[in-house]
Design a protein around this ligand. Structure first.
Ligand SMILES: NC(=O)c1ccc[n+]([C@@H]2O[C@H](COP(=O)([O-])OP(=O)(O)OC[C@H]3O[C@@H](n4cnc5c(N)ncnc54)[C@H](OP(=O)(O)O)[C@@H]3O)[C@@H](O)[C@H]2O)c1
Length: 291
């Protein structure tokens, strides 16, 4: 039995990722989402073959993430795959989460940081576990302000998004290094430009009338967008290689900034401070793992 925790399946290519994983038998899914009705409607249209637990979770709320992690801890004693796929592209103005954290940063970095940290002890109980983070080629357009991670002083939604995706790559590499002696791998990937609701939101307003044309010319289907995520979930490479950025099922090089150890350290410290969570790497990895 494989136990898979996944976010971001109620829209976009995360849906296809879930259904493609569901083609294999013996899976128990833990789907974290904020809108239960939306998920139920999705299942009504296309049921899952494997078992699924719906776990209510608004990734823009630290309390909600803790509650979801508590619930998963009640439901299982091990996790084989954690998929941090949910993503957010903000409105034009600075919008804080309930915790006062800029919303793009909250969903795209603080949530995966906290959720992963909370679930690490369960991942350590599997024979071999994987963490997969959805990043983006837009990480190459990041422009950080090290004194203002939230861009409070000069907010721009596109910049906040690009920064958050650089954070996904930095976080993946830091965590992989910290987990070197464990049975847990962590990788991230770029799905390419995918025809999803987020793509429409990401377009500058003046390009909106051409959305139909743009998506036909440059975007790939949600099925294709899910391909590398599915590959990392199922391939031997996803279980043996760690700390990499993939595209089209291959390791790709990242922007120079994503290789900077001082940025990795800075991001870890900021994420810890904003989430109020300190990782423990004193993992009990001596269990026999999930059979
Ligand atoms: N589309 C692209 O071209 C592209 C390119 C590179 C990377 N990406 C990345 O790929 C991932 C998936 O994006 P997509 O294009 O499939 O976007 P999408 O269609 O907008 O889907 C985003 C998913 O994240 C969930 N989500 C957002 N905020 C949440 C919150 N506060 N709590 C819980 N769930 C939340 C959404 O839930 P709801 O259904 O409730 O809204 C939805 O399931 C994201 O990380 C995105 O940054 C996308």
């Amino acid at each position: 039995m494989q136990r898979i925790v996944i976010t971001g399946v109620t829209s976009g290519f995360g849906q296809q990722w879930l259904y493609q994983l569901d083609k294999q038998p013996d899976i128990e899914f833990f789907v974290l989402a904020r809108n239960k009705h939306k998920f139920q409607a999705m299942l009504k249209q296309q049921p899952l073959k494997n078992g699924v637990h719906f776990v209510q979770c608004d990734l823009m709320s630290i309390d909600s993430i803790h509650a979801a992690a508590d619930q998963i801890n009640q439901l299982t004693d091990s996790i084989d795959i954690l998929i941090n796929n949910a993503g957010h592209w903000s409105d034009k103005t600075f919008t804080p989460s309930v915790d006062g954290i800029e919303s793009t940063l909250a969903v795209n970095q603080i949530a995966p940081f906290l959720l992963t940290g909370r679930l690490l002890p369960l991942l350590a109980q599997a024979n071999q576990a994987r963490i997969i983070n959805t990043a983006s080629f837009r990480h190459t357009d990041a422009k950080l302000n090290l004194d203002d991670i939230q861009l409070r002083e000069d907010f721009n939604a596109e910049r906040a998004y690009c920064n958050s995706k650089l954070f996904s790559v930095l976080f993946t590499q830091s965590l992989a290094e910290k987990l070197t002696d464990s049975r847990i791998t962590v990788n991230c990937f770029d799905p390419g430009i995918v025809d999803t609701p987020m793509l429409k939101q990401a377009l500058p307003i003046w390009l909106s009338p051409f959305y139909g044309l743009i998506k036909r010319v440059i975007a790939r289907s949600p099925d294709k967008g899910a391909e590398t995520g599915v590959f990392l979930s199922q391939s031997k490479q996803g279980a043996t290689q760690s700390g990499h950025y993939f595209k089209d099922k291959k390791i790709k090089s990242t922007a120079q900034a994503a290789k900077d150890p001082s940025l990795m350290q800075w991001l870890w410290q900021q994420s810890s401070q904003l989430s109020g969570f300190d990782y423990s790497f004193d993992l009990d990895t001596h269990g026999e793992g999930n059979k």
